[in-house]
Design a protein around this ligand. Structure first.
Ligand SMILES: *Cc1c(COP(=O)(O)O)cnc(C)c1O
Length: 435
């Protein structure tokens, strides 16, 4: 690129309020990341072609974007979309619906439809995502698995974050029917698992008991690696369409991919026994579900670049970051330990100020139900709560860590991260060292 273009770009950053010192500092960080960004682009290229092939093979056509109403019988768009998902995830079948309201609902559906009273569910990777505690009944809740006489067992990770294979061997019993494996760390401090680690765990579990049903919570992991857990023998994978696979276009929805048997069970529960997958009006959602999946590899790549850029930038400024600047990525979440209330608030103000929507509001800490401490959240998204869009949040307590994810384009993720640093810099909460 010529310097003239670079100057023109710098002028745009300055127009947004980014100081030249912040821009210079970030520019040097970005330069050093060129080889990693190339690898991410190649991963996106690979998945773009896979998604394209799947859409061609299943003959996606304009008719697929038509809207059905009422029962939604013979909805060619819905049926084709589910074939495309099954193709991309290399599974026998899939259930992809606007009626699956979110990731938690997709996971609850997978569990509730495939477990029966007297069965036991095992988590061999420690505590599951917060919202699943009520689904399982770890925290008592109406309609939980516990209310139906389904028990739960958990094997915690070893102190180094690895799987406790001994403990898992002992925990698998005659009662154990299903295993749930969460790929992303979510908002915990443990590492996220690679697909290779999950594949190893699945093989180990199968060796203990062949007919276990294995569910992978795939939230935030889709398209971050070359393969998906569904390609290594998971019976079911579940996720949200307002995260990676929706490509930022889906206004709601969730998906399950897996074996014919498990998906049939899930469909019977989502709609009704006897009706299963045959009903469910698509209500005009199909175009964005197809187009979102089509864009998802590139959108996920942008979010990954943002996470890696933030890790390197804040690491260089002396803040602890998880994952660190050089680690392999298995999801799009980045944690930065900011160390003080003021810094956490300034960071979130920066993310908010860089949003395309609601950039003019100031995020305030609030007492969120279910949390002991106030939480601050920054999000200015086209889709409410969408976390494939640039967003950040953190509880106001030690060690004042912010969890940051998303960005529909790499350029927007970068602008958001620069703005977060700008706010810290303006408030004299960091000094930008020479590098
Ligand atoms: C987001 C998430 C969920 C739940 O998804 P919602 O759409 O918020 O209900 C479950 N597990 C993990 C790991 C997640 O990141």
């Amino acid at each position: 690129m010529t310097n003239l273009n670079l100057d023109a770009i710098s002028a745009q950053y300055e127009r947004l309020g980014i100081a030249p010192e912040v821009l210079d500092f970030a520019g040097k960080i970005e330069e050093a990341l060129a080889p990693r960004f190339r690898a991410i682009d190649q991963n996106a290229e690979f998945h773009q072609l896979r998604v394209l092939s799947a859409m061609q093979k299943h003959k996606v056509s304009a008719a697929c974007f038509e809207s059905s109403s009422g029962y939604g019988y013979d909805d060619i768009g819905r049926e084709t979309l589910e074939k495309v998902y099954a193709e991309v995830f290399e599974t026998e079948d899939a259930l992809v619906r606007p009626q699956i309201t979110c990731g938690t609902h997709a996971l609850a559906l997978a569990l509730m439809s495939n477990l029966r009273p007297g069965d036991e569910l095992l988590s061999p990777v420690g505590r599951p995502y917060d919202t699943l505690e009520e689904v399982i009944g770890i925290r008592p809740s109406k309609g939980s698995l516990a209310e139906y006489g389904i028990t739960y067992r958990q094997v915690d990770l070893l102190p180094d974050g690895g799987f406790d294979y001994d403990g898992i061997r002992k925990a698998v019993s005659k009662k154990t029917r299903m295993v749930t494996i969460q790929r992303s760390k979510g908002y915990q401090t443990r590492p996220s698992f690679s697909v290779a680690q999950i594949a190893e765990l699945i093989a180990f579990l199968r060796a203990q008991k062949e007919d276990l049903l294995i569910l992978v919570d795939n939230c935030y992991g889709e398209f971050t690696e070359l393969t998906e857990p569904s390609q290594y023998g998971a019976d079911l994978t579940a996720g949200s369409l307002i995260k990676n696979p929706g490509g930022g276009l889906c206004r709601c929805g969730g998906y399950l991919t897996g074996t014919k048997e498990c998906i049939t069970q899930a469909a019977a529960r989502l709609t009704s026994p006897g009706l299963g997958k045959e009903v469910g009006a698509s209500l005009g959602f199909m175009r964005e579900f197809f187009q979102g999946l089509f864009l998802a590899p590139v959108v996920t790549a942008g979010a990954l670049k943002g996470a890696i850029f933030a890790a390197n930038l804040y690491e260089r400024l002396g803040f602890p970051v998880i994952p660190n600047g050089t680690e392999e990525r298995h999801d799009i979440i980045q944690a930065v330990t900011l160390g003080s209330r003021e810094k956490l608030i300034a960071f979130c103000e920066g993310i908010q100020a860089a949003a395309p929507v609601d950039s003019f509001v100031t995020p305030e800490p609030w007492d969120m139900p279910g949390y002991d401490d106030p939480v601050i959240m920054a999000a200015g998204a086209f889709v409410q709560g969408s976390s494939i869009e640039l967003s950040a949040d953190g509880p106001l307590r030690e060690p004042y860590a912010v969890y940051f994810q998303g960005g529909l384009t790499w350029y927007h993720a970068k602008a958001g991260i620069l703005m977060s640093l700008q706010k810290l810099y303006e408030k004299k909460l960091v000094t930008i060292g020479l590098i």
